[in-house]
Design a protein around this ligand. Structure first.
Ligand code: HEM
Length: 440
């Protein structure tokens, strides 16, 4: 494919391997591809962090773009902020249920993918009651009650980190913290919390998303069956006990969800949704936050000068990182979107990552600006009836983490090459080597 061969790796800072702006060579590669052939779903664009000029071209030249043929079949790309909101709020026409929420089609014989069903991929009227059954677990009052425990767990992690020597921030902080959070949310056996991370990782690891055809789908499915078995056991324990404020107990006792265990697809899908929702996203925001501050030293100084900026900075982290790259909808009827006719059955991809770099909404959108006035206007949590249920929880975790980091360390220094995942759905970061510098 022409785009593949023209691709040149992004430029990196010699010492730190920090991503620099789009090079002339990269831009020339993007400009050389006929508009109608641009495929922004290629996982390698996210692995080597070279997606910016591709989306910029779509936003400028074709914010409603049709690709007739790709490994994911034909699809529309929606790449600007306003159009994304328009599609996301029109759930009568743009269905989450008809084809799922990822660019990869729902399980088929050809993929061999074990796929559950969950409320993120339900339309009304089934979606509302299921969401409402779980939502109280992340309501403001419950979050306020969880805050001291989360802070305690954050402090425990930070106080054990090595000082002055390199380590992988992703492993020691991002993964560790989110697995502790998930174990808290599910009231999952604490010593087994890493299983939650593992199940989340393999849920999103299908070849069309990662570009990795060596993934053994049978092995993956077996692992997911083990996850189902563990959750069934916990469910049974919670059914027999008085209701509590963890997610499994709430589902097991909730009016709309108490028979969920009788539908294996729905049961597994809902559990996986809650793991993936609460794991990959927060983890990668935590990892991305260190990269953002290192790439923007002036902003890091602003933070030292004024830690009250932390809440706004968290929204800016989430905008800048955009951990969920896209969501997909399927048109239930023909729909005229500006000058394009979207046909019934068409696959429509809302590229949140691109919407959050839309210059018409965010000035200097590629810059990370911790006191950006409209940082909260980002679309990283989606919009409409499926807007992220855990958004306040995610913001709280990040806020507590940065409050505690700031009171301990002058700098979390990026000290090596950042490694990213080949994945067009989750903007995943594998390795962020850092060195901690305490205050003198
Ligand atoms: C920075 C962190 C997070 C980001 C960027 C994020 C992003 C998203 C996005 C883009 C959606 C789909 C929105 C749409 O289709 O319009 C979503 C839905 C969802 N998220 Fe999150 N999420 C995050 C953290 C969490 C956490 C911590 C939880 C834990 C409970 C969670 C649970 C969910 C659930 C259950 C849904 C489905 C909501 C529905 O369909 O009604 N998310 N999230």
């Amino acid at each position: 494919m022409v785009t593949f061969f023209l691709y040149k790796p992004p430029r990196f800072d010699k010492d730190k391997e920090i991503r620099m702006s789009t090079s002339a060579t990269e831009q020339a590669a993007v400009d050389a591809v006929p508009l109608e052939d641009i495929d922004v779903s290629r996982p390698e664009l996210f692995q080597n962090d070279s997606w910016r000029p591709w989306f910029e071209r779509l936003r400028n030249e074709a914010p409603i773009h049709y690709l007739a043929d790709s490994v994911n079949g034909p699809f529309w790309s929606i790449s600007n902020h306003q159009l994304i909101k328009e599609i996301d709020t029109n759930h009568e026409v743009f269905s989450s249920e008809a084809g799922g929420v990822a660019i990869v089609d729902l399980a088929s014989a050809s993929t061999g993918e074990l796929q559950g069903e969950s409320f993120i991929q339900l339309d009304q009227p089934r979606h509302g009651p299921q969401r409402q059954a779980v939502a109280p677990s992340v309501a403001p009052q419950n979050l306020a009650e969880m805050e001291p425990l989360i802070r305690e767990r954050v402090i425990d992690i930070l106080d054990k980190l090595p000082i002055g020597e390199p380590f992988n921030w992703v492993q020691e902080v991002s993964i560790e913290l989110t697995s502790r959070m998930l174990a808290t949310l599910f009231d999952f056996p604490y010593e087994d919390r890493h299983k939650l991370v593992h199940w989340s990782d393999i849920t999103t690891a299908v070849p069309q998303v990662t570009g990795d055809n060596s993934i053994d789908m049978n092995e993956r499915n077996e692992e997911l069956m083990k996850a189902a078995g563990t959750f069934y056991q916990l469910w049974q324990e919670r059914v027999d006990a008085p209701p509590k404020f963890d997610l499994i107990s709430m589902l097991a006792h909730g009016e709309a969800t108490r028979n969920m265990n009788e539908n294996p697809g729905l049961f597994l899908g809902t559990m996986l949704l809650l793991i993936v929702g609460g794991n990959d996203t927060t983890r990668n925001s935590i990892s991305g936050s260190v990269i953002a501050l290192n790439e923007h030293p002036d902003e890091y100084q602003k933070l030292r000068d004024n830690p009250k900026l932390i809440p706004n900075m968290i929204s800016e982290f989430i905008r800048w990182q955009t951990p969920v790259i896209h969501m997909r909808r399927t048109a239930l009827q023909d729909y005229q979107l500006r000058d394009k006719l979207i046909k019934k059955g068409d696959k429509v991809i809302m590229w949140y990552l691109s919407g959050n770099r839309d210059e018409s909404v965010f000035e200097n959108a590629d810059q990370f600006i911790i006191d950006r006035a409209n940082a909260r206007a980002h679309v990283a949590f989606g919009f409409g009836i499926h807007r992220c249920m855990g958004n306040r929880l995610a913001e709280m975790q990040l806020r507590i983490l940065w409050e505690e980091i700031q009171s301990r360390f002058y700098k979390v220094e990026l000290a090596g090459k950042v490694e990213r995942l080949s994945n067009n759905f989750i903007r995943g970061i594998k390795d962020v080597p850092v060195i901690l510098h305490p205050y003198k």
